[in-house]
Design a protein around this ligand. Structure first.
Ligand code: RIB
Ligand code: CA
Length: 313
């Protein structure tokens, strides 16, 4: 089977970094057309810097990295340095990036790529706020039906919010963009906190990654060791939840996850629940389903895949 053409839209972020590395380690399944960066965990200048540092860590200076939107569509940017550190990639000491950013805006690249690639041949993998994707859909509505699938990390239902009592960070930062994406009609697969909180980098799992012994594995172990302290304090969890890599693991081995095809709407007005993903998990509304909303993950299977693939870099 030929590899799946994808564009990762990202706000690195330690977990974003692991997702990028997993994609780069899996050329049989993933053809990474480019990385588009968005403001989220940290401001755009840093997410665009971090994405290039991760590519260089993997020895992949050939990857095209674009900078995109530096703020949400309709509100001020909210960042998460308290989780990811002031650089957004605290943990390992990595050299400043040498590879350049691509000329042009990420949104233009997204639109042109969707226009030029065969219809329904490109999957979008947003793992940060959905600003770039929604802006592209607003700018060129004709490309929406040309998207093969969107596999995103965002939202929560049973796990409720991580940035407010009701909202997960990626959706909360740009609820308007999320509403555009969730109502676009594009086939949508959602990795919410409901599954990402099941894939925790416990001590033994971190040890197995560190035992690979390569510079990539050492950096990943240091990233997740830094990244875990927020969730340990907040949830008492036994390690960092690897949110974003769930999207790439799904593309490589979909049977690691299971969920339901349900209606998911985004709260865009209430101050109290702004950014909530209202998933009709029990089918109590008459709203048409629009997303496969994942509910369970095979954590051991996920980590054996991740560890094996990281050992290839
Ligand atoms: O809520 C988790 C999400 O927010 C992840 O994508 C993490 O990188 C942050 O962007
Ligand atoms: Ca992210």
């Amino acid at each position: 089977m030929s590899p799946r053409k994808i564009i990762i839209d990202t706000d690195p972020g330690q977990d974003d970094a692991v997702a990028i590395l997993l994609a780069l380690a899996s050329p049989e399944e993933i053809d990474l057309l480019s990385i588009t960066c968005v403001a989220g965990n940290v401001p755009l200048e840093l997410t665009a810097r971090n994405a290039r540092m991760v590519c260089e860590l993997a020895g992949r200076t050939d990857v095209k990295v674009f900078a995109g939107c530096d703020r949400p569509m309709g509100r001020d940017l909210v960042t998460a340095e308290h989780v990811h550190g002031k650089t957004g990639l605290d943990g390992p000491t990595l050299p400043d990036p040498q590879m350049p950013l691509q000329d042009g805006h990420a949104v233009e690249f997204l639109v042109e790529t969707l226009r030029q690639e065969p219809a329904r041949s490109v999957t979008l993998v947003p793992i940060g706020p959905l600003t770039n994707i929604a802006t592209a859909f607003r700018k060129a509505p004709e490309v929406i039906e040309r998207v093969q699938e969107i596999v995103l990390m965002g939202g929560a239902y049973f796990q409720v919010g991580n940035v407010t009592p009701a909202a997960e960070f990626n959706i909360y930062v740009d609820p308007q963009a999320a509403d555009i994406v969730f109502s676009s009609g594009v086939p949508l697969t959602v990795m919410p906190l409901d599954v990402t909180h099941q894939v925790l980098v416990t001590g033994p799992r971190n040890g197995a990654i560190r035992a690979i012994g390569t510079p990539v594995a050492k950096a990943v172990a240091e990233m997740t060791a830094f990244f875990e302290r927020y969730d340990r304090e907040k949830y008492g969890s036994d390690g960092a939840p690897l949110h974003d890599p769930c999207t790439i693991a799904y593309l490589i081995q979909p049977d690691l996850f299971s969920g339901r095809y349900v209606n998911v709407e985004i709260e865009t007005t209430s101050e109290l629940t702004l950014g909530m993903t209202v998933a009709d998990w029990w089918g109590v509304s008459d709203r048409a389903p629009n997303a496969t909303f994942m509910g369970s993950a095979d954590a051991d299977g996920f980590f054996s895949l991740l560890t094996e693939r990281l050992s290839r870099l």
